[in-house]
Design a protein around this ligand. Structure first.
Ligand code: IMP
Length: 375
């Protein structure tokens, strides 16, 4: 059964290039995240000119070991470790500036030069501390129905973007205007979430110092122009997805989702590039399934096999340290992901974690009240 399904998954007649010779390669999570996207991006990015993130914020997470040093990245694209690679945080990303500088400190410590190699879209929205506070409050208020967010302010930041009250990275370019916008923003957010104890002066002071560093290093750019020139100039681009298909705001297991477009459409809206530029679209699929936070998980294992997968696969959140829920591979999920993303290939990870398990199971259909549901 597995081979039949796999055959159908892989048998699309789409001419595609592998990640090794593509001019525009997209890496997406095909399950609920933590499939190992960072590892493949890390392997490929050293031969790409541009590594761009198009969605999410510091809710993503991966650890990279390079030259004996361990780096924990949540916001920075994986290509930051490669001197030839320019790294872009696209307009679809939400940026908490202090977190970004904390991550950059790891590079400073090990003498990795990133000047001119980290570019942030002027249209990307800023994650303010007040939105992080709101994220925590909303979760607390939900009690047992909590989403289990990473509490990085992701939902409230995308919500304020949609509400047209958000702050953008480009606003930092004119400090006097920024202060005015910031005060209005804090007033509006405080009103929405009934927050009356937010220390805006502290955040403003911090942002002022950090934005001076950003303008000195010319980090803030018109990313639409940059990407367009990179494309016409024949640069090779790798787009690094954060989170995964089943956490997509439109296609995921709503409301247990993140708040960005994690699927292939997000590449276009989050980077400002036309769809036909995508040459390669690789879906990362873990050989089993994991999920962090609340929400449905049909193949979840609540027994000792689940615990074994967690231990052997070291399934603990890179951002929050939370243990990940574990279960069998669910091909319904991967097929669904393929429908939306039109994957040109699938990269299976962590197969070795299943070693020694006497009988491995894979879900190929869902059944409800004795009826097989068509996938
Ligand atoms: P948020 O993105 O922090 O708002 O969290 C919303 C949901 O997405 C929660 O269930 C998180 O556990 C989940 N989530 C967000 N980012 C990741 C990730 O990188 N891996 C796995 N789950 C994630």
């Amino acid at each position: 059964m597995l081979s039949k399904i796999s055959h159908r998954l892989f048998s699309q007649k789409v001419p595609c290039k592998s990640g090794l010779n593509s001019r525009f390669c997209v890496i997406l999570g095909s399950q609920w995240g933590d499939e190992g996207k960072g590892k493949l991006v890390d392997i490929l990015a050293k031969d790409y000119d541009v590594c761009a993130r198009f969605n999410g914020g510091a809710n993503a997470g991966h650890t990279v070991v390079a030259d004996g040093h361990k780096y924990a990245f949540h916001l920075l694209p994986c290509g930051i470790l490669y001197q030839k690679c320019v790294n872009v945080l696209g307009n679809g990303v939400v940026v908490h500036i202090p977190t970004m500088f904390e991550e950059l400190e790891q590079l400073d410590k090990n003498g990795i030069d990133y000047k001119g190699r980290l570019l942030i879209s002027d249209r990307a929205h800023l994650v303010s501390d007040i939105l992080i506070q709101a994220d925590g409050m909303l979760e607390q208020q939900k009690g047992k129905a909590a989403i289990g967010t990473t509490k990085r302010g992701i939902g409230p930041t995308y919500a304020s973007k949609a509400l047209r009250i958000g702050l953008r990275v480009g606003d930092l370019a004119d400090w006097t205007r920024f202060r005015e916008k910031y005060d209005t923003f804090v007033k509006e957010v405080s009103y929405l979430y009934r927050i009356d104890n937010f220390d805006s002066r502290k955040e403003l002071d911090q942002l002022r110092t950090l934005s001076e560093r950003m303008s000195k290093d010319r980090m803030i750019i018109d990313s639409i122009e940059y990407m367009s020139k990179a494309l016409t100039g024949g640069k090779r681009i790798i787009a690094e997805g954060a989170n995964a298909t089943m956490l997509d705001m439109d296609f995921g297991t709503y409301p247990y989702i993140t708040s960005s477009s994690t699927t292939v459409g997000g590449v276009c809206t989050g980077l400002g590039v036309p769809p036909q530029v995508v040459e390669t679209n690789i879906g990362i699929m873990k050989a089993y399934t994991t999920r962090v936070g609340g929400g449905p998980f049909p193949t979840e294992l609540l027994d000792e096999t689940g615990v074994r997968l967690q231990k052997v696969g070291f399934e603990f959140g890179a951002t929050t340290g939370r243990p990940r829920r574990c279960g069998w591979l669910d091909l319904n999920v991967v097929k669904f992901s393929n429908k939306i993303n039109g994957l040109t290939s699938i990269n299976m990870t962590k197969l070795d974690v299943l070693s020694g398990i006497p009988k491995i199971q894979v879900a190929v259909n869902y059944e409800l009240d004795g009826k097989i549901l068509n996938g």
